[in-house]
Ligand binder design. Structure first.
Ligand SMILES: [Mg+2]
Length: 219
C-alpha cells in the first residue's frame, strides 16, 4: 500500500544520537533555573523536590509533576521553562540536507516524542525544519503516555489522523518500532549503534538516507 504519512521520533532520529544527552541536560538546567525562581527554591532544593515528585506521581516529567504538586498552569510553565535552553550551544547545527529532503517528500509529516513539544520545537528550529511538520505531538499531547506503550501510539494516530497502514514510522529505538509494527505501520530504524531489529522494515544510518529509499521506490 502506498505510504501517505511519516511519523518521526525527534531525539536521536532527526538529529545525531550523540547530542541527545547534552540537549536533555541543557533543557533540564533551563527548567531548574526557571522553576526554582518561580517556586523560590534553591537549585539544590529544586532537584531534591523533583526526585520526590517523580517518586510521588510515578512519572518522570519535570514540568508535569511540578504543576500537579503546586497546582500551577502547565501552559504557563512550559512557555517559560525552556527560555534558557539553547540547542545550538550544545553543538546542534542547522541541517540543510534534512530540510531539503523533508521539503520534497510527498508525505504528511509529524513528530511524535516522549519529550515535550516545546523542547522538540526548539531543537527543530535550530535544525531549520520546524515548519516541515504538520503536528508536533509531545508529552502533554500524549496525555503523558509514553512510547513504546500502545496508548501513546493510539493518541498520536488520533491527533494526526494518520491511517497506520499508510504511515511510515521512523525512530532510533527498536522497542518503539515493535509497537508501530503491531499497529500496521511500516518501520524505519535509525541505527547509529548498528543494533539488529526484527521489527524494522528498513535500517538506515542517518535520517537523510530516507532519500535513497524514496528514490528506489520502496517507500
Ligand atoms: Mg529517540
Amino acid at each position: 500500500m502506498a505510504m501517505r504519512n511519516i511519523l518521526f521520533d525527534n531525539d536521536g532520529t532527526l538529529y545525531p544520537a550523540e547530542l541527545e544527552p547534552a540537549l536533555l541536560e541543557a533543557s533540564l538546567t533551563s527548567m531548574a533555573y526557571y522553576l526554582s525562581q518561580r517556586l523560590k527554591l534553591s537549585i539544590n532544593e529544586f532537584y531534591t523536590e523533583r526526585s520526590r515528585l517523580f517518586e510521588k506521581y510515578g512519572v518522570k516529567y519535570t514540568i508535569h509533576v511540578f504543576c500537579r504538586e503546586y497546582n500551577l498552569p502547565y501552559s504557563e510553565l512550559v512557555r517559560y521553562a525552556y527560555d534558557y535552553f539553547e540547542p545550538a550551544a550544545c553543538g546542534l547545527q542547522p541541517n540543510l540536507a534534512l530540510k531539503e529532503l523533508l521539503g520534497k517528500l510527498p508525505f504528511s509529516m509529524s513528530v511524535m516524542t516522549n519529550n515535550t513539544a516545546e523542547f522538540a520545537r526548539k531543537v527543530l528550529a535550530v535544525l531549520g525544519v520546524e515548519m516541515q511538520f504538520e503536528k508536533i505531538v509531545g508529552a502533554r499531547e500524549l496525555s503523558f503516555e509514553q512510547k513504546p506503550g500502545l496508548p501513546a501510539f493510539e493518541k498520536a494516530l488520533a491527533i494526526t489522523g494518520y491511517d497506520p497502514k499508510k504511515t511510515l514510522f521512523v525512530d532510533n529505538a527498536p522497542e518503539n518500532l515493535a509497537t508501530a509494527k503491531q499497529l500496521g505501520m511500516k518501520t524505519i530504524l535509525i541505527n547509529g549503534a548498528s543494533v539488529s531489529c526484527g521489527d524494522a522494515d528498513f535500517v538506515i544510518e542517518d535520517v537523510c538516507q530516507i532519500d535513497k529509499l524514496f528514490k528506489e521506490g520502496v517507500i
